[in-house]
Design a protein around this ligand. Structure first.
Ligand code: PMP
Length: 296
């Protein structure tokens, strides 16, 4: 926290922290995987760069250099002697003055790491999750910037998640203001139709995910055709395969959407191929993609 190692139980902040009241925080979600060469952080520089871009959109000045934060992430893993973990860097307007102008408050930075298994469950990872198209619309660039990973955006996500769970589903799929498919509450979405892999572009109002970016690269490596284009709901319902990607969700198949079975109702062949390759890559088992790993 702010340049010091702090014991888990002492990692506390004041109740009048600006970000707690007004969601004036940007953050990241990163994973570290165990490899034969020790723990390795997946696409660390890209994630830290996205953190700086999120801060830039909100004109927050991060009081550290990018290289310092990359090193701090690795040092935090080291001192915790942890092999595999989730990493949560957060930059937030701290305690100072209340009111909507945040500029008089100091900008604080904290990095937490903890072991975190599959986000949508082991069963979900293997066989797929059941999804509901949300009645909540994904945050629009005219309201809150989707490309910034800000705490504020996640209230929209929380509403969608709660609705999905309350209706007996595992996860939500959000459409954007124009009715096109955007993403999950914390995941990008892909569909497969006639062996073409399709995902919505930035202009659909999605967070540009590095799991998504990696999966597109892996697909090209298999000579699978990849398209970034707008998707309508109907295409999801009629997809041969569908899956989510995200740091937390990794590569999770979607087996049902609003009562319609997707493909075979389990993990599809292209999804399985990409998931298998993804886990090989993050665990350092494919030298072709070793540049994505930052060894601790
Ligand atoms: N969209 C949203 C809304 C997310 O929260 C996430 C997770 N960070 C993603 C997409 C996927 O991004 P990434 O693969 O970089 O984790």
């Amino acid at each position: 926290m702010d340049g010091r190692f702090v014991d888990w139980d002492d990692a506390k902040i004041h109740v009048l922290t600006h970000a707690l009241h007004y969601a004036t925080a940007v953050f990241e979600g990163i994973r570290c995987y165990s490899t034969d060469r020790g723990p390795a952080v997946f696409r660390l520089k890209d994630h830290v760069n996205r953190l700086f871009n999120s801060a830039k959109i909100y004109t927050m000045k991060i009081p550290y250099a990018m290289e310092e934060l990359c090193k701090a992430v690795k040092d935090t893993i080291k001192v915790n002697k942890i092999k595999e973990c989730y990493i949560r860097p957060i930059v937030y307007y701290a305690y100072g003055e209340m009111g909507l102008n945040p500029l008089k408050n100091p900008v604080s930075v904290a990095i937490a790491v903890w072991p975190w298994g599959s986000y949508l469950g082991e069963e979900g990872l293997k066989k797929g999750v059941r999804c509901k198209i949300s009645s909540w619309v994904r945050v629009d660039t005219r309201i809150l910037p989707p490309l910034a990973k800000s705490s504020a955006n996640y209230l929209n996500s929380v509403l969608a998640k709660l609705e999905a769970i309350n209706c007996g589903y595992d996860e939500a799929i959000l459409l954007n203001m124009n009715g096109y498919v955007a993403e999950g509450p914390g995941e990008n979405i892909f569909i497969v139709k006639d062996e073409v892999l399709i995902t919505p572009p930035r202009s659909s109002g999605v967070l540009y995910g590095f799991t998504m970016d990696s999966v597109m690269e892996l697909a090209r490596g298999f000579s699978i055709q990849v398209e970034e284009r707008e998707i309508i709901r109907d295409e999801v319902l009629l997809a041969d395969e569908a899956f989510f990607t995200g740091t937390a969700a990794e590569l999770t198949p979607i087996r049902e959407v609003d009562g319609r079975i997707i493909g075979s109702g389990s993990i599809g062949p292209i999804t399985e191929k990409l998931q298998e390759k993804f886990f090989q890559v993050v665990r350092g088992k494919d030298p072709k993609y070793v540049d994505w790993l930052d060894f601790v």
